[in-house]
Design a protein around this ligand. Sequence first.
Ligand code: ADP
Ligand code: MG
Length: 320
Amino acid sequence: MNEFDLIRRYFAERGVRRADVPLGIGDDAALLTPPPGQSLAVSVDTLHSGVHFAPDTPPADLGHKALAVNLSDLAAMGAEPAWATLALSLPAADEAWLSAFADGFFALAERHGVQLVGGDTTRGPLSVTVQVHGFVPPALALRRRGARPGDHIFVTGSLGDAGAGLAIEQGRLALAGPPAAFLVARLHRPTPRVAAGLALRGLASAAIDISDGLSQDLGHILAASGVGAELEIEALPLSDELLASGIDRPWRLAASAGDDYELCFTAAADADLGVGDALGCAVTRIGRITAEPGLRWLDADGQACEPPPRGWDHFARGEA
Ligand code: ADP
Ligand code: MG
């Protein structure tokens, strides 16, 4: 099977067809028609074998995750996903691998009405790059810089699950059965909070998705907004499965482990978030924005407590 057969079989003849794509896969470039009056929100992420995922990661999970982490960035901007491109570097044209990878990718793409409109396929070490394109009226985009003192801080879903999933995968946490399956699935198959991002347009004062850990990612909101924060460690939402895992001090994972792909956002104290209904997932208040810079952690009694480690930094080689 040559490169062109491979592209046709696994990527060109699949997935949704959108009316705003006059020309998709198959020419030198795709032709796309963004809606008038909206900004194009564009984001790209690369997943390298051995860096972002173990070489034996199930290919369907990888197809899902490569798209999910990008949709999560669109969600954090309040953008509506539309199109994706996919650059694949593969050591060999392994048809079983490609077929499973494409299944994982297209299942998620269809759920969000995303059309794959182009890409690149090369031979080399296993690596997956996805770029996504979405739409948002520029005045409604959720940016990192709008948090104000007195705003409340929220997160969607639960935190720390993917960190526990990674510990299980790496043999650092001995756990089996349904809780282990749940935690590993949270690592491999994150749920991009697209509906929440759309519902937060005009409500959230700032937003980010949690890829590198809450402390670190909230830190980006604080830096961009020129504010600080107090977080209540006991308020962090922990899943039943994380609590059942027996992991020591699970809130440390919730505060600093990456890969959960939940949204962290701020909103004025009197903002009506519709009690989470429109957001399509749980939303938990975890603290408040302060004028005083820096991030402070409070225990159940409101006393300052030890800060958890900050999160993942590729260039600092681990937990900074
Ligand atoms: P060119 O040499 O002009 O860059 P290619 O031969 O790389 O074109 O690609 C041919 C067509 O297939 C293009 O439309 C390109 O976007 C698409 N394509 C290539 N690889 C992929 C892929 N992995 N997923 C989706 N589309 C792809
Ligand atoms: Mg060309």
